[in-house]
Each structure stands twice: as C-alpha cells, then as structure tokens.
Design a protein around this ligand. Sequence first.
Ligand SMILES: Nc1c(/N=C/[C@H](O)[C@H](O)[C@H](O)COP(=O)(O)O)[nH]c(=O)[nH]c1=O
Ligand SMILES: Nc1c(N[C@@H]2O[C@H](COP(=O)(O)O)[C@@H](O)[C@H]2O)[nH]c(=O)[nH]c1=O
Ligand SMILES: [Zn+2]
Length: 360
Amino acid sequence: MNDEKWMEFAFQLAKQAIGQTSPNPLVGAVVVKDGELIGFGAHLKAGEPHAEVHALNMAGEKAKGATLYVTLEPCSHFGKTPPCSELIIKRGIKRVVVAALDPNPLVSGRGVKALQDAGIDVEAGILQKNGHELNKVFFHYIQTNTPFVTLKYAATFDGKIATKTGDSKWITGEEARQDVHRYREIHDGILVGVNTIIKDNPSLTCRLPDRKRTPIRIILDTHLRIPLDANVITDKEAETWVICQDGDLNKKAELKKLGIEVLTLHDQWNIPNILKILGERGITSLFVEGGARVHASFLKAEAVNELIVYFAPKILGDPEGISAVMGDEALKMSMAHSFEIQSVTKIGEDVKIVSVPKRG
Ligand SMILES: Nc1c(/N=C/[C@H](O)[C@H](O)[C@H](O)COP(=O)(O)O)[nH]c(=O)[nH]c1=O
Ligand SMILES: Nc1c(N[C@@H]2O[C@H](COP(=O)(O)O)[C@@H](O)[C@H]2O)[nH]c(=O)[nH]c1=O
Ligand SMILES: [Zn+2]
C-alpha cells in the first residue's frame, strides 16, 4: 500500500530537523493527490510553523480532496502556533493518515476527533513504532516534565573507564568518539560529576565541524569543589550550570561573576528532584557522560531511559582500574540492573550497544 511509502517520506523529512525543535517533537507531513506529490514539510523550530502548515502551503489550492500523511497527530490547540486540525479542515483535505497519536495532554486524540467530526477519513497507526522511536524524548518529556535520560560510557572489554591512575585517553577510537558528538549535538543538556571535571577537565562540547548546537553543561558537585580554572568554567564555549547540595558562599559569588549558574538544593539533593528542576528549566533530553558514581546514582534512581555503551577491544586487567559503574552494587546476579539490548553496531574498532532498562 502506498500509505507506508508516503509515511516513510514524512519520517525522512521529520528526521532532518533533529536537534532543532526542542521542546517540540519532530514532525514530517506530506500531501498527495491521485498518487501525485503536491506538498511536504517538516517542523523546523519551536515557535515556527508546524509540518502540516508547510506542506499545505506548498500544496495550495490542490490540497482540496487530497490525502495528508503526518508522523504525529495534528495538534488541536493554540500553542505558539494555531491548531493544524483547523487548517487541515479549511484546506479541504479528504483523508489524513497519522503514525503516532500525540500524548500531549492538550492534544491526545482531540486532533483526530476534530478531523473526524469534520467528516475527514482518519487512519492512525501506520508505522506507529517509528513514530514512538522518533519522538521518545518528546513523549517522555511531555508526560513527565523531566528530561529523557541517556547514560553513555566507553569501557574496555573488562569494563574499565580509566586506569587506576585516571588515564582514559583514549579507550575508544575516533569513529566512536565522533558518534558520541552526534549525541551531544541533539541533547539539550550534558551532565557529569565533579570528579570527571577534576580528573578529565573535559569541555563537554559538541565538536562536530557543522554542528547545529552544543548542549548546556550540567555539573553535579555536592560540595561545590569544582576548580575555578576548569574548561567548563573558563572556555565560554557553552552555558554551564553547577548543581550543589551546599557550598561556600564566596565560591558561589566567584562562579556567578564568571557567568556560571549555581543551583543549591540543600535537603532536596536527589536525582528525581534534580531531574524535576532540569525539566522545569526546559531540558527535555539529558546526556549523562560520567563518572562511575554518577552512573550508579542514576541507575539506583531508575532514572535511565536509554543506555549506550561503547566497548573497546582492550583489557586493562587492573582490579583497581575504574569500573564503569561504582555504587548501588548487587550482591547477587538476580539483583543486577538488567537491560534489553536494542542494537549492537560495530563502529571503527569498537562496538556500540544500545539498550533500555528492564523495568519491574
Ligand atoms: N575517554 C573516553 C571518553 N571519556 C569521556 C569523559 O567523560 C569525558 O567526556 C572525556 O574527557 C571527553 O572530554 P571532552 O568533553 O571531549 O573534552 N568517552 C569516550 O567515548 N571514549 C573515550 O575513550
Ligand atoms: N511540532 C508539531 C506539533 N507539536 C505539538 O504542538 C505542541 C507545540 O505547539 P506550538 O507551541 O504551537 O508549536 C507540541 O507540544 C506538540 O504537542 N503538532 C503538530 O501538529 N505538528 C507539528 O509539526
Ligand atoms: Zn500543529
């Protein structure tokens, strides 16, 4: 059936705007009449026209009696832009094919209902799985108001992320590290613990040549130990927020002078509350990139939505080498954190495994 072909094209369109639309979803739309492509578009940036608007504007008068394919249920509310469902009705579209319904409480089924009430034939669920995968971040954020958390680390075959002397350059090769920068580019925030700052002095920026943007850097630093000359403080390459439980007032003033946002949580110092605050500040996707104790705290809080592990074909063999996760240890195999592997890919010399936590 041609429906899948046109919906595939709509997904291709939506994906081109990855990393641009936060906090909005990625959406592609295609208008077809008697088998002829007459309009298409993608949502490019929050606050700008929706995918359906671009596609219908391109189709013009020809939209009358045509079919619209859209990767997400057309919106039916006034956000920063007017409701697409009204425009679809006005332009005389005869049939609408939708991949995924929109769980945004302001939409969730109302868009489809508005179209059906206007006598439009609506078919939902074509390539629905693609729809959920494409907008897993948006679906998570719009329902929890907390960021979708991707935890990533690179380890040797024997699970080490650094030698006991702290050397970690490099575990994985150029291609795998390049792949990591693609993740940084599409995330609103990147988070590490202060020990990673002290040991690695990372910049945590996306350094792709044609990068669309670079994430906000978020440092978990319980007692505000961050060195004032750290790259994330001095390089001005990206915004940096430091989240502490408590900390010296003079140091906070110093950091403020350097343009660093310091959030002090006192007795609200816990992962769920940190995520709640980041969500309120518009972080819809969070890339957690170290270190071992931060990994353990996110896993313990069951706050990881996706786990990405890059394994390098190397063995350190040092029991005192730094393990990838340190804390919340399981004393029996049955108590281990367990995951469902979604994909295994060779990247250069290394292998990348994407998995999701098994819940319950
Ligand atoms: N050491 C390795 C990693 N190390 C990841 C560390 O958490 C930290 O992000 C690094 O120091 C990178 O610094 P920057 O932000 O690029 O300046 N991550 C990887 O994927 N492979 C490795 O070999
Ligand atoms: N981007 C997108 C939709 N996004 C939906 O609309 C909400 C944002 O509305 P606004 O603030 O007006 O941009 C967003 O939370 C999501 O529910 N809907 C669509 O029909 N097509 C689009 O291309
Ligand atoms: Zn819309």
